[in-house]
Design a protein around this ligand. Structure first.
Ligand code: ZN
Length: 396
């Protein structure tokens, strides 16, 4: 599951307009819900606790895709782009994990997580059941994360919560137009895998002082493991762990003990990994800069809802600036904002903006110096059916 309060690496924004949406992609965890009480419960060799997994909808699904049956609990809108994105993510995740994907039930919205997640701490989402009885309850932020849990549950795979949540955070990092920073919380240095593998599921979810820290830590460690020992070895481990002793499965898959990998992790790993693929579409920076036009409406497949702020795009548009460049940003929209976030920078000058810029509807364009970075363009409109046009043009 996913915890509600979630830390992420600091993101500094320069707010030019009245709407600061730089933090809109905050990482969500679902710490409690997804795994229910399974890792330690009975359930034979699968380790699944099947209690509480008996949701039986009494109405037909509101939406059906190739693999998903979706019930809309609300209250937030479920836009067409969200439905399409969940189906794409389910397919991507099953392929990345090398696991089959069967028809999966999805309960959408905050009302669904409240009624179906039965979590001790408020959860943003959860996955329950196993095999053909698997379902998830989720909103936008946790959808990909819960799909990771669900696909493993469908395949009746589950191991210690440390690995389950680390994997869900790592592979489920593709939040709409966002990315996920798996970082090492400085105050939690003493909590490595050897310690956390001794934790019960509930202790893991509650965390140490700040709920959610163990999620990013687990994602960070698993990313190190993937990069150090290879994706194939990690896939192999995640198939076998849970069906035998975790330490033995780990040594079999990676050729080292958990303790040895932890020492290497502490010694060699970077302080953070940026996960997710926020840039789906590259805009070519030409003599006139870039322009992005779109109509955002909940019925359109390129639209989803950003809770509390408006309709957003699923497109994930980015552009590269080779060097620090003075630009003029113009936004034409009835009501809304556009945020530029730097994902990766290669040339920064003393006075150039290198983190993020949010611009609300403007009567006059804004001019500023952007650093040489890959910039992600995230528009949000507040008027349903509203169109926007944003331009970023070089100025002398
Ligand atoms: Zn989870």
């Amino acid at each position: 599951m996913h915890l509600t309060a979630y830390a992420r690496a600091p993101l500094l924004c320069v707010v030019l307009g009245s709407l600061a949406s730089c933090g809109a992609e905050s990482v969500s965890g679902d710490p409690q819900g997804s795994d229910g009480s399974s890792s330690e419960g009975g359930g034979g060799d699968t380790g699944f606790d099947t209690s509480g997994s008996g949701w039986e909808p009494d109405t037909p699904p509101d939406h059906v895709t190739e693999h998903l049956e979706i019930w809309d609990f609300g209250p937030e809108d479920l836009c067409a782009g969200q439905i399409a994105m969940m189906e794409r993510e389910a397919q991507r995740l099953s392929a990345e994990m090398g696991l089959s994907l069967q028809r999966l039930r999805v309960a959408w919205g905050e009302a669904a997580t409240e009624s179906l997640c039965d979590a001790v701490v408020r959860a943003q989402g959860c996955a329950r059941g196993s095999g053909a009885n698997t379902y998830i309850a989720t909103g936008r932020e946790s959808a990909s994360h819960e799909l990771v849990h669900a696909i493993r549950r469908q395949n009746e795979l589950q191991t210690h919560v440390f690995f389950e949540e680390g994997l869900a955070e790592q592979l489920g990092a593709n939040r709409p137009n966002g990315s996920y920073s798996a970082w090492l919380p400085p105050s939690l240095d003493e909590f490595g895998p050897t310690v956390l593998l001794q934790y019960s599921q509930s202790d893991f979810y509650v965390g140490h002082k700040v709920p959610g820290d163990f999620y990013t830590l687990a994602a960070h460690y698993l990313t190190f493991v993937r990069e150090t020992y290879g994706a194939d070895a990690l896939t192999s481990f995640l198939r076998s762990a849970g069906k035998s002793n975790v330490d033995e499965a780990f040594a079999d898959a990676f050729g080292v003990s958990v303790e040895a990998s932890e020492l290497a992790w502490q010694r060699d790993a970077p302080s953070s990994y940026e996960l997710g693929e926020p840039c789906h579409e590259m805009l070519e920076w030409g003599p006139d800069g870039i322009a992005l036009e779109q109509v955002l409406s909940c019925e359109l497949e390129e639209t989803l809802l950003y809770a509390g702020s408006g309709l957003g795009s699923t497109r994930g548009c980015c552009f590269d600036l080779a060097e620090p460049t003075s630009v003029q940003i113009s936004l034409e929209v009835e009501e809304g904002s556009v945020t530029l976030l730097a994902d990766e920078c290669w040339e920064i000058s003393a006075d150039s903006e290198e983190s993020g810029v949010s611009v609300s509807r403007l009567t006059t364009p804004k001019t500023l110096l952007l650093a040489g970075c890959r910039w992600r363009v995230t528009p949000v409109v507040s008027t349903p059916g509203g169109s926007f046009r944003v331009t970023v043009a070089p100025v002398e």
